[in-house]
Write a protein that binds this ligand. Structure first.
Ligand code: ATP
Length: 244
């Protein structure tokens, strides 16, 4: 494959009382989508946080766009073009849609801010008609769209989306995946941790399945067949009942 935009090499992450990742290695090609799958507690969020600078790895290396970012701060990593969307809803519920977008671009140069917001709204037009609405009163799917819009506004090279579909009803999950497709079409590389295994695999180019903090399986998403899914994910395809 072409030179990876993200290289994770032999990554170990420890929390105070336990180790969450053991020697995890994975490469992500520019413009591709990597699905990170695994049962509850397998280490998906830890991997997302370690790449994004929110958790300091104990060992190993993370190289992004040719730079070693191991142990760098989340702020530093974000400035290099790697944006993290946290699990749940990465929006400020008490602010309007437009204020959420303004917050997202607050660190951009003054003249770049308005075009960045326009670009995000062009990509997700439904947000344009809801500019003045409080983010907390949007549907779950619209809030995730806003989270993605906040991420794409700053023209990231790579987005890490941690369980964006968590707690959403299946038809809303589909809208979230459509938004991710849209983001990919804009040329952004995506690392996606997901509980909707089959939908994630249909979007992804490559897949890594974590099992108790280790890489259980990795390869092209199209090759993650029933046997692999049953072996590593069991009933993970049947997530808990959804709210909105
Ligand atoms: P889920 O799908 O349930 O969110 P996950 O695959 O994202 O799970 P992580 O949240 O990365 O898994 O957790 C991996 C392991 O690390 C778990 O055993 C978890 O209990 C542990 N862990 C996660 N965060 C912390 C923390 N802040 N302190 C201590 N242990 C933690």
């Amino acid at each position: 494959m072409s030179e990876p935009i993200l290289k994770i090499e032999d990554l170990d992450v420890r929390y105070a009382t336990s180790q969450a990742l053991f020697g995890v290695s994975v490469d992500v090609a520019p413009g591709s989508v990597l699905a990170v799958l695994g049962a509850n507690g397998a280490g998906k969020s830890t991997l997302a946080r370690a790449i994004s600078g929110l958790v300091r790895p104990f060992g190993g290396r993370v190289v992004f766009d040719g730079r070693d970012i191991t142990g760098k701060s989340a702020h530093h990593v974000r400035r290099l073009g790697l944006t993290y969307i946290p699990e749940g809803r990465g929006v400020f519920p008490g602010l309007t849609v437009i204020d959420n977008l303004k917050m997202a671009v607050a660190q951009e140069k003054r003249n770049d801010r308005a075009p960045a917001i326009d670009r995000a709204i062009d990509m997700f037009p439904v947000l344009g008609s809801r500019r003045s609405q409080l983010a907390g009163s949007l549907s779950g799917g619209e809030q995730q769209m806003l989270a993605l819009a906040r991420a794409v506004a700053v023209l990231p090279k790579l987005i890490i989306a941690d369980e964006m579909s968590l707690g959403l009803a299946p038809q809303i999950v589909e809208a979230v995946f459509q938004s991710l497709e849209e983001t990919r079409r804009a040329g952004v590389t995506i690392v996606l941790s997901e509980q909707f295994v089959h939908r994630a695999l249909s979007l992804a180019d490559t897949c890594v399945i974590l099992s108790r903090g280790r890489v259980g399986w990795s390869g092209p998403a199209s090759e993650a067949g029933t046997e692999v899914i049953d072996r590593y994910l069991g009933d993970a395809e049947h997530p808990a009942p959804a709210a909105s």
